[in-house]
Design a protein around this ligand. Structure first.
Ligand SMILES: Cc1cc2nc3c(=O)[nH]c(=O)nc-3n(C[C@H](O)[C@H](O)[C@H](O)COP(=O)(O)O)c2cc1C
Length: 160
């Protein structure tokens, strides 16, 4: 499967459905997932990458600091309640394994969310911080707390 197969459906699940699940396992084997609906799939350094955007206040970001991978699980339809809970509750407060079922990934340590329609497994290659002063005025409204996103570049090593 090419990395851009089903890319239209993946991006539609971000823009028209209720998002996807970003799942991370850290160096201490802590696992968490959160809902995401912003992100990019494309080519970097000649190989497919998915770039996820995570604010430093997220528990998921704390796990990403020592993780070497993440996965993105896309439900093209359904799973609305799990997506909602994972978008308002933090893994600091609840155990998300009671909300979704984690299942081993094929090639990376971070698991995927069972029952989704499409998956990326990604090896973290690069992390950079957004420069808040360069964000256009029209989009500053997204950062009342000045909690600018980090960009986490994941090389897509499995797609199914
Ligand atoms: C539709 C939707 C999409 C979201 N996308 C993102 C995202 O791309 N990046 C981000 O940092 N937070 C995003 N969030 C917020 C997180 O999902 C939310 O804060 C979550 O509770 C964080 O969980 P955690 O603390 O366990 O990491 C989104 C929320 C919603 C409702």
């Amino acid at each position: 499967m090419n990395f851009y197969d089903k890319l239209d459906q993946a991006m539609a699940s971000f823009s028209q459905h209720k998002g996807g699940f970003l799942t991370v396992k850290d160096a201490q084997s802590r696992v968490n997932t959160m809902t995401i609906s912003w992100g990019f799939a494309g080519v970097m350094w000649g190989v497919p990458h998915f770039i996820t955007l995570v604010r430093p206040v997220r528990y998921t970001w704390e796990l990403l600091k020592t993780a070497d991978s993440f996965t993105v699980s896309f439900p093209f339809e359904g799973m609305d309640e799990a997506l909602r809970i994972c978008s308002v509750e933090s893994g600091r407060d609840i155990d998300k394994s009671k909300v979704v079922t984690f299942q081993d990934a094929k090639s990376v340590a971070s698991p995927v969310v069972a029952g989704c329609d499409f998956y990326y497994e990604c090896k973290i290659n690069y992390v950079d911080a957004m420069h808040g002063d360069k964000v256009p005025e029209a989009y500053q409204k997204h950062y009342p707390e000045k909690d600018w996103h980090d960009f986490i570049f994941g090389e897509i090593v499995e797609i199914y």
